[in-house]
Design a protein. Structure first.
Length: 323
């Protein structure tokens, strides 16, 4: 098997108070990026990342730009995509797809920052208009979870659907509370090992986000995209995006469609990417990667220790066990 590199970027849920602080203090490149974000947004985003408060950082309007900035600050400290010569693919989980597009040269950091800020605002607004929730179903096949959602929707008349195919047996569902509650009951009846309601008030990657998708489509009209320097593997299809029109379509569809993360990682691995490096806060995708592609090497880089390990060529390669 060829030893190709895939660079992956985390999505919402990976944030934590203190993320990026050591990078800001150690690397001028990272400091410049955080400072630029503060100026563009007219918001002390850096202070929010470094000091909190946590409830403000967890507000989706702030969370999305915070993770984008922190992930790209990490990448800049590593030397940027220009120094990752072996990179064959980039991909990001949900919000992380925007980070991947910046890394691939398809959109500028400034445009991505403004677009992601608007995305967060639109999603929050859609969640207020049509409240919902999400839950992680563990130990049940994707087919069984999808069947549970279909049955719950038929019985209740409420929207509920698969939102994330994170692992072969870790599926996140999303929708209106009535439908979600019934789908959870059905998943347990079908033998789910565990069902964990998520602490969110927004039903991401469901039809409840249709107003956000329409608003984002309008926002995209004023954004300039260019051809990608590195293939970006899309959330919606699990395959590389072909061109600029495909990018625009992907970003709109992504809000209301499931994240095909299992398919994305499987595709990159099958195409020879045997080493994955997750760039950004925490190591959630690193753990998922090893569960999806058992023979892959997975490394997470999100702080000074990770960057120095990467720079020295001794980045920790982990065989991640069951989370």
């Amino acid at each position: 098997m060829s030893d190709r590199l895939a660079v992956i970027f985390p999505g919402q849920g990976s944030q934590y108070v203190g993320m990026g602080l050591d990078l800001y203090e150690q690397y001028p490149e990272a400091r410049a990026l955080f400072d630029e974000a503060d100026e563009i947004l007219d918001l002390r985003l850096s202070r929010l990342c470094f000091e909190g408060p946590e409830h403000e950082l967890n507000d989706t309007v702030n969370t999305q730009v915070a993770i984008l900035t922190s992930s790209l600050a990490t990448l800049s400290a590593m030397g940027g995509m220009g120094h990752l010569d072996a990179a064959a693919f980039v991909a990001g989980h949900s919000l992380g797809e925007y980070t991947a597009l910046v890394a691939a040269g398809a959109i500028s950091f400034v445009d991505a920052l403004r677009l992601v800020r608007e995305r967060g605002r639109l999603m929050k607004e859609a969640g207020c208009q049509r409240p919902g929730g999400m839950a992680a179903v563990l130990g049940l096949s994707a087919e069984a979870v999808s069947t549970a959602c279909d049955q719950a929707r038929h019985e209740t008349g409420a929207i509920v659907q698969v939102a994330n195919y994170n692992l072969p047996e870790q599926i996140v569902i999303s929708g209106e509370h009535k439908g979600l509650e019934r789908a959870i009951e059905l998943a347990r009846e079908k033998g789910a090992r565990r069902v964990v309601p998520l602490a969110v008030s927004i039903a991401s990657h469901s039809e409840l986000m249709e107003p956000a998708a329409r608003g984002l489509s309008q926002a995209l009209e004023s954004v300039t995209f260019t051809e990608m320097n590195i293939p970006v593997v899309a959330n919606v299809t699990g395959k590389p995006l072909k061109d600029v029109p495909a990018i625009r379509e992907e970003l709109v569809r992504q809000i209301v469609s499931p994240v095909e993360w299992v398919a994305s990682v499987s595709f990159m691995f099958e195409q020879g990417a045997s080493t994955f490096v997750e760039v950004g806060p925490k190591d959630t995708l690193t753990k998922m990667t090893k569960r999806i592609a058992e023979q892959a090497r997975a490394t997470s880089v999100g702080d000074v220790a990770g960057v120095e390990g990467w720079r020295s060529g001794t980045a920790r390669q982990t065989n991640v066990g069951v989370a």
